[in-house]
Design a protein around this ligand. Structure first.
Ligand SMILES: Cc1cc2nc3c(=O)[nH]c(=O)nc-3n(C[C@H](O)[C@H](O)[C@H](O)COP(=O)(O)O)c2cc1C
Length: 346
């Protein structure tokens, strides 16, 4: 059942653990550590392609020094880009140069853009597989029709960071997508699950729901190799009861200036002072002013008065310590196997 991704990502171990390509947070060091531990390491696309280049160089250096990994055809990591903001003509030279195993696309302005990206990337780097993240059954079917992705990342409403404003949790999203693909003779397209998964139990559940692997963002924000402000991380470690203390809202994309995200998206963050002010009717001008002052401070707006966005999923309450990324991968993988064995006894 879990054959397909294991075959296309031969260095990985089952169940497949993937760090989310969190733009500005998941760099070359994190991706390399996750890959070395038998997961799929991902680099998050940033606005600036020079920065992405540097992260790819870093990952290449680390992985080439790790002799048990075959880097001859591909760089065994993925790169995540946002077609609504990244420029295909700027991304193509990097993809051709580094040949990442996976190009992950998310948040195109229109579905057709996934087809344009897939076609050109496949021509430029035939060994780079195209993965698309989306948050509904309808979107999954449309994307499959347009660009036949090599895998789909199904993102549930519990996810930290951006996602579909209208969405279901993975408990229904994954099996309904699997069934819908199966009905159309497309059941061979592998699914991975994202959103609220933070440990082995969530991973085991996602596998039972039809995923071949899991994507974790919030859990990896607590990895040593992730690029994250110490106050942001402290706020994550403090947070409990994610359903109460995180929230989805478009206000988080209004803080730096007018929202540039496509209409269908909002984002999940810790409940912050900016959000609370918004709910209490404070004007966006005043909220922005307070935000812009706070982010200049030493705690960058992540401290006591949380004015900056602290993207986090509902699984945040399960995260209690900072760990090496490899330890997270290995622990979650082992705990998922134990959980599956436990339930198999029922
Ligand atoms: C801090 C942060 C930044 C993110 N940035 C991106 C991104 O740049 N591109 C992307 O495709 N997804 C991004 N995501 C969403 C993830 O791909 C993934 O769906 C999500 O992290 C899964 O939910 P979880 O955080 O509960 O594990 C981000 C998530 C977080 C928490």
């Amino acid at each position: 059942m879990f054959h397909t991704l294991a075959k296309s990502l031969p260095w990985t171990q089952s169940p497949l653990i993937i760090n989310a390509p969190m733009g500005g947070f998941a760099g070359g060091e994190l991706a390399a550590a996750v890959t070395k531990a038998g997961g799929l390491g991902m680099i998050g696309g940033v606005f600036n392609m020079n920065e992405l280049h540097d992260h790819l160089v870093k990952a290449t250096e680390i992985l080439h020094a790790h002799h048990s990994l075959d880097c001859s055809k591909n760089l065994p990591v993925g790169v995540g880009l946002l077609p609504f903001i990244s420029k295909l003509e700027e991304a193509l030279p990097l993809i051709t140069e580094f040949k990442p195993r996976v190009l992950w696309l998310f948040a195109a302005k229109k579905f057709e853009d996934y087809a344009t990206w897939s076609q050109q990337v496949r021509e430029a780097s035939p060994d780079t597989h195209i993965w698309v993240q989306c948050g509904s059954v309808t979107a999954a079917l449309r994307i499959v029709e347009l660009c036949k992705p090599d895998a789909l990342a199904m993102q549930g409403a519990d996810a930290g960071g951006h996602g579909f404003e209208k969405g279901a949790g993975i408990v229904s999203l994954l099996p309904e997508t699997a069934d819908a693909l199966q009905c159309r003779g497309l059941g061979h397209i592998p699914l991975v699950g994202a959103g609220g998964i933070a440990d082995g139990r969530g991973t085991a559940a996602a596998l039972a729901l039809g995923a071949q692997g899991v994507v974790m963002g919030t859990r990896f924000l607590a990895a040593k190799e992730t690029i994250v402000h110490r106050k942001y991380r402290a706020a994550l470690l403090d947070a409990k009861d994610g359903g109460q203390n995180t929230v989805r809202s478009k206000i988080f994309d209004e803080l730096r200036g007018p929202n540039i995200w496509p209409e269908a998206y909002d984002g999940r963050s810790l409940v912050t002072d900016s959000y609370t002010d918004h709910v209490n009717g404070v004007s966006i001008e005043e909220i922005r002013k307070l935000h812009n002052e706070a982010v200049k401070g030493e705690d960058a707006g992540f401290g006591e008065n949380k004015r900056a966005v602290i993207w986090a999923g509902t699984g945040v309450g399960l995260i209690n310590k900072v760990e090496a990324a490899a330890d997270i991968v290995i622990q979650v993988r082992n705990a998922a196997c134990e959980a599956l064995q436990r339930v198999a006894k029922f």
